[in-house]
Design a protein around this ligand. Sequence first.
Ligand SMILES: *[C@@H]1O[C@H](CO)[C@@H](O)[C@H](O)[C@H]1NC(C)=O
Length: 222
Amino acid sequence: MMKGVHFLAIVALLSLASSFVSAFDPSPLQDICVAIDDPKSAVFVNGKFCKDLKDSNANDFFFEGLQNPGNTDNKVGSNVTTVNVDQIKGLNTLGISLVRIDYAPYGQNPPHTHPRGTEILVVVEGSLLVGFVTSNMENRLFTKVLNKGDVFVFPIGLIHFQFNVGHSNALAFAALSSQNAGVITIADAVFGSDPPINPDVLAKAFQLDKKIIEELQKKFEY
Ligand SMILES: *[C@@H]1O[C@H](CO)[C@@H](O)[C@H](O)[C@H]1NC(C)=O
């Protein structure tokens, strides 16, 4: 009887451990593990199913089109073009990805966090006011104006932003330390969740009148 219970506990622990492993970018256990959606022709499991090595080729590690600007004609005046494991299947298990960010004059990449990745950004055109804020209770702002050729780091999980302070377009590229860093845009998550968060919660949290919260929720409606 006791042995059976032990066995079950061990099985439960092991399955928990393996689900933790696959929730992160794991250290690769082989040279390459090109992600594949169809497990029928897959050979190895390490986070995602991997394509059979003999079926893999250079195109699994290739993406084209990053010379094209994203369309910044939207309410924040910026556009992020993502190149992660969804675009390059060969990034699977490698713990890295890339974005191109275009900014209209005075456009911004609004306050957001990447739950799974540190970001390193280089400005290619224009000038950006950037910053990140550390966690409670300090909530310290680290901020800087970046010009062409400048590089800045946004540590994993911390809220950060970029704002084009120039009167021309700006362009940056950034690498992230995850094949799928994730994005949580603060305003969208808080005011635009689906279904909406009870406005009484947000009124107290933001120390605002409930009417203002409801207006904000309309603006960010999913
Ligand atoms: C970003 O640009 C692409 C390419 O022009 C466009 O398809 C997409 O809708 C844009 N996204 C936003 C949020 O404006």
